[in-house]
Write a protein of this length. Structure first.
Ligand code: 5AD
Ligand code: SF4
Length: 473
């Protein structure tokens, strides 16, 4: 039994990060454990978590389990969770009711939770006291130990909790079952050291650890050889890539080298304005296969609130950076994240956020009401904005964001743009869906044999969050 510990999760030392290439092992007796059995993995949260989900699935398949998308059919159920806001928590705890119910009629089912919530001391305490029917809990640092943990569950028939609150290593040999044949996530770094005062991530994912660029490039080359058209470089704070390695190789070098591999589309998320350099912008502008799409979280337009958030930039410096990006990268789409109702946010502070949105006219934005997270500094700040005001601000902000999202899409009307067609549209099976280089969702009337291709599409109509199009003649 290894329980998460908030104090340890907060700690940062200069201990060397180990790159482990043989850490994931599959004992012969576990290879056929899942023969004839099915697994169901449900992932919440960000792209990083999605990618962890792809690792978890591959490990289960190494043990001969096969996937089902119907939980009722599964022999093993895993919720790969997110901790970023209270509502992410609530969704998971709500879902646990269904699992409990299912286990009452089929006690042989093995069910567990993993991911970011598993890293939280408060969550694990609650699981141990109120959710004893769960068989296992493991965290973000030990996905590779899933076979052993499962083995122990079967052997001991007792709840296994195995969560490490540590700075973390880099484990290079975890298998992956990619969701798509055309676009792939590639981790370039793990963890975060920014400690924005509202954010749980530095506690759930450990310290900033950049992967060796040789390993990243080898993965991208391999993906290209397999026919992948797009890679998205993943990290909590990708612009800080390499800062922890001291090898004089940073994000602009990596972006350039990844672009040179020649894969059609290179994307990256998420950027922090603090580490975004001019030369990085130049590299993005220089290579046609680095997509003109930048997600640049603002969080607040008030320099006073930004300071309380520990964001390390001001409204003015953010605006300067955003304008530089827009000037240097033609046709760049810019999106953002914004939190309203941070402790102490006044009407004036909120109006400054609205001012930034009005000035930059984002292509889209994810907007949130502040949610206090246990153990973060903001949890203890006086939250003096009442819920009704928070909701009103969110509503007002969303109206503005939607207006600019629609305006941005209107510019595409009748234009011909490249779209990577990914699959059949959920709304209409005669349409395929895909994204433009600028990350706009397009539904295209096209034959299925074009799935996986980047095609020129003429935009025939636009809505706020998607567009329709046809193959350009
Ligand atoms: N409350 C509300 N929103 C949050 N985010 C992160 N932490 C919190 C929190 N405690 C938002 C930020 C971040 C996005 C992923 O989630 O906007 O960029
Ligand atoms: Fe959620 Fe953050 Fe964890 Fe991603 S890293 S799953 S956003 S808490």
């Amino acid at each position: 039994m290894e329980l998460p510990n908030l104090k340890n999760a907060k700690r940062r030392t200069d201990a060397e990060v180990k790159v482990l290439t043989n850490e994931y092992i599959m004992n012969a007796h576990l290879e056929s454990l899942g023969k004839g059995k099915k697994y169901f993995v449900k992932t919440y949260g960000c792209q990083m978590n999605e990618h962890d989900g792809e690792n978890i699935k591959a490990i289960l398949e190494d043990m001969s389990f096969t996937e089902t998308d119907n939980m009722e059919d599964a022999d093993i159920i895993l919720l790969n969770t997110c901790a970023i806001r209270e509502n992410a928590h609530n969704k998971v705890f709500g879902y646990l009711g269904r699992i409990k119910h299912l286990k009452e009629s089929r006690p042989d089912i093995i069910a567990g939770i993993c991911g970011c919530m598993a890293q939280e001391e408060v969550v694990v305490k609650e699981i141990m006291s109120k959710h004893k029917y769960l068989d296992m809990v493991f965290g973000t640092h030990n996905i590779h130990e899933l076979p052993e943990i499962l083995d122990k569950v079967i052997e001991t028939k007792s709840q296994q909790i195995s969560v490490y609150s540590k700075e973390g290593d880099i484990i290079e040999n975890i298998p992956v079952k990619r969701e798509s044949l055309y676009k792939a996530w590639v981790n370039i770094m793990y963890g975060c050291d920014k400690f924005c005062t509202y954010c749980i991530v530095p506690y759930t994912r450990g310290k900033q650890r950049s992967r060796r660029h040789e390993d990243i490039l080898a993965e991208v080359k391999c993906l290209k050889e397999q026919g992948y058209k797009e890679v998205t470089l993943l990290g909590q704070n990708v612009n800080a890539y390499g800062k922890d390695l001291n090898d004089n190789y940073n994000m602009e070098n990596l972006l350039e080298d990844v672009a040179k591999v020649g894969i059609d589309r290179v994307r990256f998320v998420t950027s922090h304005p603090w580490d975004f350099t001019d030369s990085m912008i130049d590299v993005i502008a220089k290579y046609d296969n680095i997509m003109p799409y930048i997600h640049l979280p603002l969080q607040s337009g008030s320099s006073r609130i930004l300071k309380l958030m520990g964001r390390r930039y001001t409204k003015e410096s953010y605006l300067e950076l955003a304008h530089k990006i827009k000037d240097k990268i033609p046709n760049c789409s810019l999106t953002t994240d914004i939190i309203v109702g941070f402790p102490g946010e006044t009407e004036e502070d909120f109006n400054e956020t609205m001012d930034v949105v009005n000035e930059l006219k984002y292509d889209s934005a994810f907007t949130f009401i502040f949610s206090p997270r246990v153990g973060t500094p903001a949890e203890n700040m006086t939250d003096d904005v009442d819920l009704k005001t928070k909701e009103e601000r969110l509503h007002k902000l969303n109206e503005l964001v939607n207006k600019y999202a629609h305006d941005a899409n209107l510019k595409y009307q009748d234009k011909i743009v490249p779209v990577l067609l990914e699959g059949v549209s959920e709304k209409n099976s005669e349409y395929l869906m895909g994204y433009t280089d600028t990350m706009k969702l397009v539904n295209v009337k096209a034959p299925k044999d074009l799935i996986g291709e980047i095609v020129n599409v003429k935009i025939t109509s636009v809505k706020t969050w998607s567009m329709d199009g046809e193959i350009a003649k």
